[in-house]
Design a protein around this ligand. Structure first.
Ligand code: GLU
Length: 268
């Protein structure tokens, strides 16, 4: 779709949110081939003169991959422990893959407090801008080991939206394991239709069948639509793409792939 291609092409500051479902394989451990391919595409965007911030999930899954236990433990302390272990694995992989292209990465672990308190917000903003100015790729995740209840953002779609707003990004790309938003749940309805353009994210939620979220991601489609509504208000578009498809970002930029573009109505 032309509008999808154009939106990526004209955007300079891009937040890319990578979901746990994209980074995991069917065994529930980290899919390094997919991660490598995403890094390759991000480096391609940087070489075109774009600036990229990553919001990456996957700490929990990488934790399971590293320690090979506790995957079914529901208790919050074990979930936190898995994320604490897995975050290291996640960053080691990003460091290695970006390192192949001579690019440094920086870890930023944030909580809701960081966006609610103006002093903390200013501090993270300064750190983000400095990293980007110095051509380092920030890799942002929720600080899962300290984030419980009231200070938890909860899902990385929202964290991505908060980041995009704070940075005043031109675009947020959300990589998930589906091709975009459908009018019905594509996992159960064979004739579900891909919605390629959304002008009003808030109205969309009422108009479609949201379906059930899968086992790994925290958010599901509802939080993606909410994230789009949140950033569209500031004139920032969002694109939902299937990150499991090889080369999806570059293919979309070159007009060869489809997804859902949440354009909003501001700035039209
Ligand atoms: N912060 C969690 C993780 O890295 C994921 C949150 C989400 O998927 O939205 O595992």
């Amino acid at each position: 779709m032309e509008q999808l291609r154009e939106t990526i092409e004209k955007s300079r500051k891009i937040v890319i949110k990578i979901g746990s479902n994209v980074l995991s394989n069917e065994k529930g451990t980290v899919n390094k081939a997919v991660m490598h391919s995403i890094v390759e595409q991000v480096c391609g965007l940087i070489n075109m003169g774009k600036q990229v911030m990553l919001v990456s999930s996957g700490a929990g899954i990488c934790g399971v991959g590293a320690i090979n236990k506790w995957s079914r433990r529901g208790d919050i302390n074990y979930k936190q422990a898995l994320c604490a272990i897995g975050q290291v694995e996640l960053m080691m992989a990003y460091k290695e893959y970006f390192g192949d292209y001579g690019i440094h990465v920086a870890q930023m672990l944030l909580t809701r407090d960081d966006f609610d308190d103006p002093h903390r917000t200013l501090n993270i903003r300064n750190a983000m801008f400095t990293l980007i100015d110095e051509n380092v790729v920030p890799v942002i995740n929720e600080n899962d080991s300290v984030s419980v209840d009231e200070i938890k953002i909860g899902d990385n779609d929202t964290l991505g939206a908060l980041t995009a707003t704070l940075w005043n990004a031109d675009l947020m790309i959300v990589l998930s394991d589906i091709d975009g938003v459908f009018d019905r749940d594509p996992k159960s309805c064979g004739d579900a239709r891909l919605i390629e353009l959304v002008e009003n994210a808030e109205e969309l939620t009422a108009a479609i069948d949201i379906g059930e979220k899968s086992s790994f991601g925290t958010g599901g489609i509802a939080t993606k639509i909410e994230a789009a509504a949140r950033i569209n208000k500031f004139g920032i578009p969002m694109i939902l793409l299937n990150g499991s498809k090889e080369n999806i970002i570059i293919d979309s930029l070159e007009g060869r792939a489809k997804g859902t573009l949440f354009l909003g109505t501001i700035g039209k």
